[in-house]
Design a protein around this ligand. Structure first.
Ligand code: PDD
Length: 283
């Protein structure tokens, strides 16, 4: 079955899915995106993703390209026609197509594309043995809460991680505190308390992060939204990272230093189980 994508009102074969060369997303990164997980054909945290899409668009003064109902219908269509069981829906909205000029064009309709990607279950090896991260300076702008398609520092940071044999880079602000990963939120556990940086312009308000906070509180797990330094992360008992793409992955090394016993920790495993249950991925 050939993969089908959605481009500005049409469902078309993915290999023929193209946008105009003067799409402002292409020339100025003048747009935003969402990555929404699909687990067993069901949308995970759909409303929260739509809320974030709306707030990212509003920060850029771009109107929602369609109502939520219409956007959800397109997502459902893509799930159905691509036979998507587990995977990701990618949504991108840009200010649209106009002759290249920095200021907002006067008469432009925003551009909407969506793709569906099927994913394999997260590798057991990663879940059972954890991953390594490195730390890098955070070179990004001051509105990381907007899910902008401008991702150059993130791309360079992820590549650096891969070249160092790590899974992810944790970005570090001028005060030596961890902001977040290049495409994930960062967490540590110290003395039984789960810590993650509070929401603010320095991080993306991850949807997985938000659900985990809610689930941790509901399950009586001590949690504080509090920034932590790289030095504190080295001394942590456990660490993990979260995103729509990977859900939760234990982190067992930071800058090659073992975290705790260099094995996925007890609290991390507990939250992993609770979250997988919530998403419906526990067999
Ligand atoms: N990335 N921080 C950054 C910088 C991110 O890009 C992401 C998501 C997250 C986690 O957010 P969420 O839990 O809502 O996925 C945190 C997506 C998956 C991506 O760019 O592919």
């Amino acid at each position: 079955m050939s993969k089908i994508s959605y481009v500005n009102g049409r469902y078309i074969a993915h290999r023929h899915a193209v946008v105009h060369i003067e799409d402002r997303g292409y020339q100025f990164a003048d747009g935003v995106y969402e990555v929404i997980p699909i687990a067993k054909e069901r949308i995970v945290d759909g409303d929260a993703h739509m809320d974030r899409l709306e707030s990212s668009l509003s920060a850029l003064r771009i109107a929602m390209p369609a109502s939520r109902t219409v956007l959800n219908t397109i997502i459902q269509e893509l799930i159905a026609i691509n036979g998507l069981k587990n995977g990701l829906i990618y949504i991108q909205v840009t200010r649209g197509v106009a002759p290249r000029d920095h200021k907002f064009p006067r008469l432009t309709k925003s551009a909407l594309i969506m793709t569906a990607k099927s994913t394999k279950p997260i590798a057991r090896d990663l879940l059972e043995n954890g991953v390594s991260v490195i730390t890098i300076p955070d070179l990004r702008w001051k509105r990381c809460d907007i899910k902008s398609v401008s991702l150059l520092p993130n791309v360079l940071g992820k590549q650096k991680a891969i070249e160092h044999g790590a899974f992810e880079s944790w970005q570090v602000d001028a005060d030596g505190n961890v902001t977040e990963g290049t495409s994930t939120n960062a967490w540590i556990v110290k003395d039984g308390v789960i810590l993650t940086r509070p929401r603010g312009p320095e991080i993306l308000g991850g949807i997985t992060r938000e659900s985990i906070i809610t689930l941790a509180i509901k399950n009586g797990l001590p949690l504080r939204e509090q920034a932590f330094s790289v030095a504190e992360a080295y001394e942590a008992d456990e660490a993990f990272l979260t995103s729509s793409g990977n859900y939760i992955l234990p982190v067992i090394r930071i800058d090659e230093k073992p975290i705790g016993s260099a094995r996925p920790g007890r609290i991390t495993q507990n939250i992993l189980k609770i979250y997988r249950e919530y998403v419906g991925l526990l067999d």
